[in-house]
Design a protein around this ligand. Structure first.
Ligand code: DQA
Length: 148
């Protein structure tokens, strides 16, 4: 069975409590359950992680190399700041889908630039937590196609 790694960056452990008018009331545990259900429906193993520490995130991205079929990443604020995460994603040589719960393009201008989009195959923003499910099903579809 192939694996999709779902990575969440800083402050996403506060989902449900943090700015519910922007991010909704679902918790990170709810998002994990959604991802696992989606993975099970597509015969994909899901690994789900969150960290507030950039070095930890970089280590997880490196460890994905040669091991997982795809990375779904919500890098949180590192989206807009981290060349190191950008470089790690290139080094991993794994297809990446970038997910944002909110529509970052209708928010502050500092959220309009993403270092991760430059290395992502696709970007989902503003679909709420359903964006994670869409990303996993997109990988499933692609992997199915590549079995040919
Ligand atoms: C976010 C958007 C980022 O700008 C913000 O820093 C986050 C969450 C989102 O999911 O909408 O922490 O990635």
């Amino acid at each position: 069975m192939q694996t999709v790694l779902v990575l969440n960056g800083p402050n996403l452990n506060m989902l449900g409590l943090r700015q519910p008018e922007v991010y909704g009331r679902e918790t990170l545990a709810d998002v994990e359950a959604l991802c696992r259900a989606s993975g099970a429906g597509h015969d994909l193993a899901i690994e789900f992680q969150q960290t507030n520490h950039e070095g930890q995130m970089i280590d997880w991205i490196h460890q994905a190399r040669g091991r997982v079929a795809g990375i779904v990443i919500n890098p949180g604020a590192w989206t807009h700041t981290s060349v190191a995460i950008h470089d790690a994603l290139i080094a991993a040589e794994v297809p990446v889908i970038e997910v944002h719960i909110s529509n970052v393009h209708r928010r502050e201008s500092f959220r309009h630039h993403s270092y991760v989009s430059l290395v992502a195959q696709a970007v989902l923003a503003g679909f709420g937590t359903h964006g994670y499910v869409l990303a996993i099903s997109h990988f499933a579809r692609q992997l199915q196609g590549s079995k040919g």
